[in-house]
Unconditional design. Structure first.
Length: 94
């Protein structure tokens, strides 16, 4: 993974845990948020696309971390391999 992307993910997760998690998991469960990792601001909406659009309209040069409030992750990815195929992938939004 690109080192800059990894740094954005780590910083975004840290900001969420320290500033927003306790309050937002009570008040906005199941919603999506994007956090600008430079300012620490969070933008919340019903879909990931809407959250991103709100964030980027306010901070066009923002570097954003996406999360689903109250969930372990935004997306689930599964991979399986059998003798009859080279691999099946399932990509599913939560």
């Amino acid at each position: 993974m690109n080192a800059e992307l990894l740094a954005v993910a780590e910083r975004g997760d840290k900001i969420y845990r320290e500033r927003y998690k306790a309050e937002y998991e009570k008040s906005h469960p199941g919603m999506f948020g994007v956090i600008d990792v430079d300012s620490g601001r969070i933008f919340v909406a019903e879909t990931p696309e809407e959250a991103y659009q709100v964030g980027v309209s306010d901070l066009p040069k923002g570097r954003f971390y996406l999360l689903k409030i109250g969930a372990a992750g935004v997306y689930r990815v599964a991979y399986s391999r059998s003798d009859t195929n080279r691999g099946d992938r399932i990509f599913q939004g939560d």
